[in-house]
Design a protein around this ligand. Structure first.
Ligand code: BTN
Length: 243
């Protein structure tokens, strides 16, 4: 593990992508910053992280041995590594809100943006961007956000959390490279937020509907049981879980 620390950068994901394009980067090279000025979130959102109280970083992994149609497993192992780390730190009631928001109870404490480099239809590199709320306690109008400190009352040493998390990523990528997809999917689904609970969703047009999350499909879509026993799968652009 090599950690590159930057005082400020537009986006650690973008910086790492530049680094990869220039040549040799070792697996689990980490780029971390105290001040991310143009952080990106999922679906074109912005990820504010101008406070040095949180962890804002990206991890490189060579994924050329993973089939392109198994790319969802990069999300799976990332979510599992974060959950394992936070569990070890004593954070309660952890779950993964599909595809990879990490929650404690029903508050988001960690966001993940995975950007893959694909050449000639084959996965090459994965840039795993993680924003983890650690010691921040004020979230202004973000009513659904929280942090490790807000939840536990304890202050955490950022570097210790970072190293533990990257070691757990190494652990889960090890399992992924053995090809044990079944065990990973099972563990992911055990931790899936609102699985089998009555839930309300919004579709891409803004209409609400209800159903039960049943799990994820092999390609990583969300499987929902709708009324009249209809089962449908949705990708990220087609659905958002409201409650
Ligand atoms: C989300 O929940 O929408 C995903 C947020 C991901 C934010 C991280 S912070 C480090 C890395 N660099 C970025 O620009 N984004 C990710």
């Amino acid at each position: 593990m090599r950690i590159i620390k930057l005082d400020a950068i537009n986006s650690t994901n973008s910086y790492l992508r530049e680094l990869i394009s220039k040549g040799n980067v070792e697996d689990f090279t980490v780029v971390s910053t105290k001040n991310q000025t143009k952080g990106r979130g999922q679906m074109g959102t912005v990820w504010e992280s101008k406070t040095a109280k949180n962890l804002t970083f990206s991890v490189f992994k060579d994924v050329s041995r993973i089939e392109t149609d198994q790319a969802f497993y990069i999300s799976v192992v990332t979510a599992l590594a974060i959950i394992k780390t936070l569990k070890e730190l004593g954070i309660p009631k952890l779950s993964v809100k599909w595809p990879n928001d990490i929650l404690s109870e029903n508050k988001k404490i960690c966001g993940v943006l995975i950007e893959n480099v694909i050449k000639q239809s084959q996965l090459k590199a994965s840039i795993i961007g993680i924003g983890l709320n650690v010691n921040q306690t004020e979230f202004e109008n973000l009513t659904k956000a929280s942090s490790l400190k807000s939840i536990s009352g304890r202050v955490f040493v950022l570097d210790e959390v970072l190293v533990a998390l990257v070691l757990n990523l190494e652990y889960y990528f090890g399992i992924l490279e053995t090809g044990d997809f079944k065990v990973l999917k099972k563990e992911y689904e055990v931790n899936l937020f609102r699985k089998n609970k009555p839930s309300t969703f919004k579709d891409a047009e803004g209409s609400m509907f209800s159903g039960f999350i049943k799990g994820t499909s092999p390609e990583g879509k969300l499987v929902v049981l709708l009324e009249d026993e209809i089962i449908k799968t949705f990708d990220l652009k087609e659905i958002s879980l409201l409650y």
